[in-house]
Design a protein around this ligand. Sequence first.
Ligand code: ADP
Ligand code: MG
Length: 259
Amino acid sequence: MHIFAIANQKGGVAKTTTAVNLAAALTASGRRTLLVDLDPQGNATMGCGIDKRSLQSSVYQVLLRMASLEDARVMSPSGKFDVLPANRELAGAEVELVDLELRETRLKAALAKHHADYDFVLIDCPPSLSMLTLNGLCAAHGVIIPMQCEYYALEGLSDLVNTIKKVHANLNRDLKIIGLLRVMYDPRNTLSTQVSAQLEQHFGDKVFKTLVPRNVRLAEAPSYGVPGVLFDKAAKGSQAYLAFAVEMIDRVHSWKESV
Ligand code: ADP
Ligand code: MG
């Protein structure tokens, strides 16, 4: 089981779009996948066609040990992968976890019991470096960082990288940055191509080869509760996420060989 957190403390950088589409693309290629929604906004939950307002239980109850993962997970009717869903209730966990023991490793512990159930677990983190994101980073083997190629993108990156380093040093020795995914890319925009080239220069093969273009079909899909890669498979954005899934599967294979 490979566990990846999709994190960036900035909002609107396609974390959720990446999580939902990668989950659907991995599932379409036969990988057993669980998507964990760690954002109280519940966008990943809704984007998978699950109504966040009518959940029996959610990731919130799992973190507070009031429900098990078996009880709380729901299958995405459109994507056919399991989702550990979230809604506004999860915002309370931030405060309620503070006084509890092993507060950072609650998600990790919940996932550990399901080691044999999944090939991939994807964790859609909220736009903050909070206790929820910390739970995501503690549970993960690696971090996928979606980034827009704009001037300010690099500024926020150092805070995230420092947080990942701290988690690695203190809480999760397994954690590493898998890669930076360039999203909402516009090749006609000179700044976009410049920042993209800079990223390649600084981060080398930590930058995924796949470039996800700006594509309105990806933005339309969530309102139908269907992952973009299934909503319109031929769209450029969908093709990019399908290619990204192949790239992720290849990376995972090459680790196994190097061990
Ligand atoms: P985050 O989870 O980081 O806050 P989202 O995945 O919700 O970001 O994306 C923010 C907005 O941008 C959403 O409205 C989403 O539909 C849209 N979006 C994401 N990726 C693309 C893309 N490649 N092309 C066009 N719109 C996109
Ligand atoms: Mg999101």
